[in-house]
Design a protein around this ligand. Sequence first.
Ligand code: SF4
Length: 134
Amino acid sequence: MNFTKKKYPWISNLKKKGLDDPVCGAGYSKISLAANGMYYPCSAWQSYPVGNSYKETLQDVWKNSDKLIYLRSIRRKHLTKCNDCEAKNYCSFCFVRNFNENNGDMLTPAKHFCDVAFINKKVVEKYRKNNNNQ
Ligand code: SF4
């Protein structure tokens, strides 16, 4: 379930890149319900259950899940390694990928994805340089 910007204008904070802005929509602007009845912060993050639809309503989970409350508290300033990173504009930081690659540590960037961001940066800069020289 994704919440609409019209009904929930605070979602537009996800587009902002300031240090006090949220990092990701997982548990902030979306939640996922799987066929097994479990809620997850994102459909890709089924190793991180945040509630059980057989025991709790969606509203209860959304408002009271400690895991969702924690996710919503994370801001860009908490990603200390990323704030000064040269590739941050070419990167799509993802809690799930880090969580899965780093034994549950969602805040430490996984090396593989940093490598991808630096490759993106290199490709884009090369493209721009080539196009500026024509
Ligand atoms: S490349 Fe790595 S360190 Fe840089 S912004 Fe992305 S996740 Fe953070």
